[in-house]
Design a protein. Sequence first.
Length: 129
Amino acid sequence: MDEQSIQDRSYEFACRVIRLVDHIARKSLVMRTIARQVLRSATSVGANLEEASAAQSKPDFISKCSIAAKEARETRYWLRLLIAAKGVTRERLAPLIEESDQLVAILTTIIKKAGTSSNRGHSTPNIQH
């Protein structure tokens, strides 16, 4: 099985969230407000990973990946809030919540590996997973 890169996964995750937000745009002001938060955090995951791929140092790489992980966690929060507010069904959002959890797990592993490899040279780690 060909593994998808974390950048590709985060991009696809953002695309799925964009489609969700487009659907929610027809709902109440409160739901649209939460949807905008979801959109910001979900698209930020991939944007920070793109920045990480051009990091100038390992600390810069780790910082960008850490921000991406935080944004994935934040996205999970907003998705859960949409469910609690009865804006979108749990069934519709469960796959996105699961993907946000997986992105956090992958990013956590990447961050840990980059941190432990910091004594082995100064090159920027690869973020392929």
